[in-house]
Design a protein around this ligand. Sequence first.
Ligand SMILES: [Zn+2]
Length: 446
Amino acid sequence: MTLPPLALDAQEMCQTLLRIDTTNPPGNERPAAEYLAGKLREVGYDVTMLESAPTRANVVVRYRGNGKAAPLLLSAHLDVVEADASKWRQPPFSGEIAEGCLWGRGAIDMKNMAAMSVAIMRKLAVDKPTLARDVIFAGVADEEAGCDHGSRFLVEQHPRLVEAEYAIGESGGFSLHLAGTTFYPVQVAEKGLCWVRARFTGEPGHGSMPRRDSAVVKMSEALATLGKTQLPVHATRYVQDFLAAVAARQPRAAQPLLKLLTRPQLLSRVLRLVPDLGTARSLGSLLSNTASPTVVRAGNKTNVIPGVAEVEIDGRTLPGQSDEDFLRELRHVLGPDVELEIMRSAPPTVTEPVASPLYDVIAKQVIAREPEAVVVPYMIPGFTDAKYFTQLGCKWYGFSPVKIEKESGIKFADMFHGHNERVPVAGLHWGTEVLAAVVHEFAAAA
Ligand SMILES: [Zn+2]
């Protein structure tokens, strides 16, 4: 069978995937997984489809190497977050091509990666190169709602299918234009999560006689303090290395200021000088454990002062920090009377050592196409499927390559779960070629 050129194959599949609504909840990834399975069967693959729950489908396929080295996993989630169509310039499930971009929820997060990976798998099946490593593709459900029906399900129920030495997935590989230089971040670490229920108790009473020591008042005071407090800064090499790489490309005059940036205790103060609030907020979240109060509950009658008030706190922990460390910091802010209960926790994910043969190949292939660019390791404040896949021992690199021209004014970070998500068509083609080159070079080497 003759395939379209690789990049066009990826583009066509990305467009079709964008037209399949996999908003999570409810997810309903099955039609997307079936579509990709069909594309893979077309070139002769024996495809595994696994449903963790009705309509929550995962698709896994393997190109066999000669077994001289352990497998490489390519991973992409097939679900997307919701989109408010009234805020978009193109309908979010249209897969429209306009302004040089392919539009749709999932265009960069991350149906592009699914399409690029499947295009690469298809080409492997047709060209039949001899590889040292198996190359596995896993298109998974449910990343956007915590991974239970996707990567977690595969790792816990079907580990043999997705076991690999190295993995490439979310998130990284996009052009980041900072102060005159283009960086390509590669995710090597992500924070852990520690979701906590905080309970405050106080004397109940009648609403006609207010109490300063009521549970609701105590909780409100504690939350107001939490909102104004930055938890202690902890240095991690992921942030230090990233900032050092950025600093190295800046003019000499800016060096003294940038030196400050590598001193963690000063970082939070320096960040107040960063003009772009979004950048400051995301950098800030990488310096400390964080705690966002999200769900609040207390009382159910207007005239009754409740004896209990509860808040759910979305806590995120840095590499090197345990749940206990986080709870200690949290208690320090919320006060000694609070009861803290962990609702869900997962440790930070880190790839060690950061530099590896795969990281080197990624850097080499990016630089081959963009000699002025700098490839940098980085950490994300959220979590991805890396959280589960790495439990099987793989070294994870977040690298879903897409080139975004500086002149386009498109900012990757703004589109991630934002309105008007789109991928530049040329950037998708670029990403497909880079990813294919990385897979070929890395999987071929014994
Ligand atoms: Zn994602």
